[in-house]
Design a protein around this ligand. Sequence first.
Ligand SMILES: [Zn+2]
Length: 369
Amino acid sequence: MTAKSWKKKISAAILCGIVGISVSAVLPVPAAEAGNLGSIIGTVIQGAAAKQQVDAQIKYFDQTEEGRQQLFAAFKKKYGVSDNYYRMQQLDEMMPRLTKGIAAVDPSIHKKPYLYFINKQNTFNAFCSMGHVMSVNEGMYSLTDNQDEVAVVLAHEMGHGQKNHVASAMRKKLNVAIGAAMVGSAVGGSALSNIALNVLVNQIDTVAITKKDEWEADNLAFDYVVNAGYNPGAAAAIWQRVEEKYGKSKTSFAGEIFSPSDHPTHQQRRDNYVKKLHEYSGKHATAEKGVVKVNGKALVQPAAANDMSGAERSYFVLGNLAAAYHNGHNKSNAYASGNTLMLGQQPIMTCYAGDPSAAELAELLNKIK
Ligand SMILES: [Zn+2]
């Protein structure tokens, strides 16, 4: 994420070398001597050596326990560790659940369990660096308090982690920093590690993840939340919420998940998830402009309730319906259990003031399902 204030802070941080290393200690780059074959060959050899060093640094921070822990500690130091005990406890419950859900489709997660913490930044963001080192901003919880929606954000970041998107996106930045450090000077491995760590920790906000990788992380997040047993409708719901809270502007809040200018728009991401929910329901259920539809017929237009707009709620109802169809509960009857509409064993919607009653909805659902 890159809120403007962050950008300022980060550039300042880069200038002073946040993890205790001074980039300025690196020897200055000597001026190139035109036409000097020896120096050209030297540059080529140095380029290859720099590439080798970048590979070695990525391997260290991404794949060794020592490197991962070092990166984890550096992120904690830079961004601060939240003392919100309730949120930490919630995250400690969610991460194993998501890990299990991911392992169902990608068992490689067990080889590199996620290292995570809640940081003190108050902007709405989360990030995942290489080495499965991950962090959620305290500010994310001011956008949403809903656990299913938080799960979607975590799953998106873990999608980047599982596919190593950050390592590929960071390579360019590392090439530049390490290449510059190595030109004309013999810099040792530990100095290069410090330079790499500096880049990894300070430039996480400006890492350019490609649009293709963003879509991949979004699509993986859907599978992960389904496998972890969260309401998959939350994936569309959170983008509805973002749209309502921040409008079309991407500049009011920045950061990896939400704002880089080449990312898909909020609506595109929401609509992609609605399409996936429709597929997941076996093409029986969808939601459009706040109206939940079953087999093309309107079932309900939920009222605003519980700090959610009607449209945001409609996606949660859609998620429950999609799960009901996917798991075969549609073969059973719909009925009201108190003020909750049920389809077989699957709760579909809890009705509040302004909604039709659960009994009315059950009668309608039995006719159109
Ligand atoms: Zn992302």
